[in-house]
Design a protein around this ligand. Structure first.
Ligand SMILES: C[S@@+](CC[C@H](N)C(=O)[O-])C[C@H]1O[C@@H](n2cnc3c(N)ncnc32)[C@H](O)[C@@H]1O
Length: 422
């Protein structure tokens, strides 16, 4: 598909309703999924496509109508960001110039040239120039973030400390720094320093008192085989088939990030339907992963050749089905089910005897959902604590009911009701 390029500075709109200078990217959008949901509802299909909380979230979280969703804006990121509506972005991923300050050619031991980042976009006259640029784009980013939005900034030792100081000076609140450890780093050819095998990501809330930012703790835990996700991520650099190349076989972009890195960033800190902005879009890694995961993206890139490559790349990405991009919900987000409902719904009859797993304790279910023992009565939780002589107990995991001689946890009855509730 030929990219649709027009004068990036013009604000007039073309036939498709796009501001000139935007690249339109075609593909299935979450909007079309919403239409599909409405069509199913009209047709009398009763099963919701999304669990109730997810549908409610989508309704609350409709993107700002003036956002150029799923498009690449070609131009300087500060001006482009300043033209977007305030407090409209859920998450920003920024991979700014490194300011590598390379001097001279870098060669391998066999005398071949190392493909280092020596492009104009990475050149600044001084640290203070770099700092002034960083401050300006970070301020623009701060204006765009929703109060509960978060920002990720990635960099190397050349720039990440300067960016970290700017983030704190501007009032962002650091949530984590994450070390992306590269499994296959480029060797140190001159043998004068350690191999530089990592980059650092800083993840920040908009301010210290920001509440309600997205962190999908349970999704991260399950992604890590049920162990809490740590702040050191082992991920290879982008290579092989994932690496975009031009017709001459050369890399289309010198610092293309691996999709696995963006996958983890977006699954951890965004929800389906969220708007993700990348002001240094490059080859469009953020857009490709966002599209696949059912997030909306806005990319800003000043080099036309990179924007074109990104557009081609993203147009080939297939979005995953809506249900497949839902992530694990935390227990706190699950609907509350009172034990009385289990009795009301006839899943347990009044008079049923419950046991603890070792059958040392027992209690009888009453019609109102309370339990009674020889000397006390109360909720499943109170009676669990009472028989153990403990101060607290989770009755759902303590009590069991008997089916053909086998004990089954009453929690499976709660799960059954939850499945009907969502
Ligand atoms: C480190 S690269 C980002 C690579 C990207 N994450 C990827 O995976 O391909 C930085 C990009 O920002 C772009 N850039 C640099 N300065 C810019 C500016 N002031 N406004 C917009 N884009 C800029 C560069 O052209 C370059 O493509």
């Amino acid at each position: 598909m030929a990219p649709t390029f027009i004068d990036p500075t013009s604000k007039s709109r073309n036939k498709a309703g796009l501001r000139k200078g935007h690249l339109r990217l075609v593909g299935t959008s979450p909007d079309s999924k919403r239409t599909a949901t409405a069509t199913r509802a009209k047709a009398g299909v009763s099963r919701p496509l999304l669990a109730k909380p997810a549908r409610a979230e989508l309704a609350q979280n409709l993107p700002h109508p003036d956002l150029p969703l799923d498009r690449i804006l070609v131009g300087e990121c500060i001006a482009q960001m300043n033209a977007l509506p305030a407090e409209s972005i859920d998450c920003i991923f920024a991979d700014p110039p490194y300011n590598l300050q390379l001097s001279g050619e870098l060669r391998r031991p066999n005398d071949s040239m190392v493909d280092a980042v020596d492009d104009d976009w990475d050149k600044f006259d001084s640290f203070s120039d770099y700092d002034a640029f960083s401050k300006a784009w970070l301020k623009a980013a701060q204006r765009l973030l929703k109060p509960n939005g978060t920002i990720w900034v990635i960099g190397s030792y050349h720039n990440i400390f300067r960016l970290g100081a700017q983030l704190q000076d501007l009032g962002f609140w650091m949530l984590n720094d994450v070390v992306w450890r590269k499994t296959n780093p480029m060797p140190n050819f001159r043998g004068k320093r350690f191999t530089n095998a990592h980059e650092t990501l800083i993840w920040c809330a908009k301010s210290q008192d920001a509440r309600g930012y997205t962190f999908n703790y349970d999704a991260m835990k399950v992604l890590n085989d049920d162990l809490q996700m740590r702040s050191d991520w082992l991920i290879p650099i982008c290579s092989g088939g994932e690496r975009l190349r031009g017709e001459d076989g050369a890399k289309a972009h010198p610092t293309q990030k691996p999709e696995a890195l963006l996958h983890r960033v977006l699954v951890s800190s965004t929800k389906p339907g969220d708007v993700v902005l990348d002001p240094f879009f490059g080859s469009g890694t953020t857009g490709a992963v966002a599209k696949r995961l059912g997030r909306r993206f806005i990319g800003i890139e000043r080099e036309t050749r990179y924007a074109k490559a990104a557009e081609r790349r993203i147009s080939t990405v297939q979005p995953a089905a809506h249900d497949d991009v839902e992530t694990m919900r935390s227990k706190k987000e699950e609907p509350r089910i009172p034990f009385g409902w289990v009795v009301e719904r006839g899943l347990l009859q009044p008079g049923t005897v419950l046991f603890d797993q070792s059958r040392r304790h027992s209690a009888k279910v009453r019609a109102d959902g309370s339990l009674t023992t020889r000397d006390a009565s109360g909720s499943i939780h109170k009676m669990g604590a009472h028989v153990m002589g403990a101060t607290a107990c989770n009755g759902w995991t303590f009590w069991y009911f008997e089916v053909e001689g086998q004990l089954k946890p009453i929690d499976i009855l709660r799960q059954k009701l939850r499945a009907e509730t969502v």
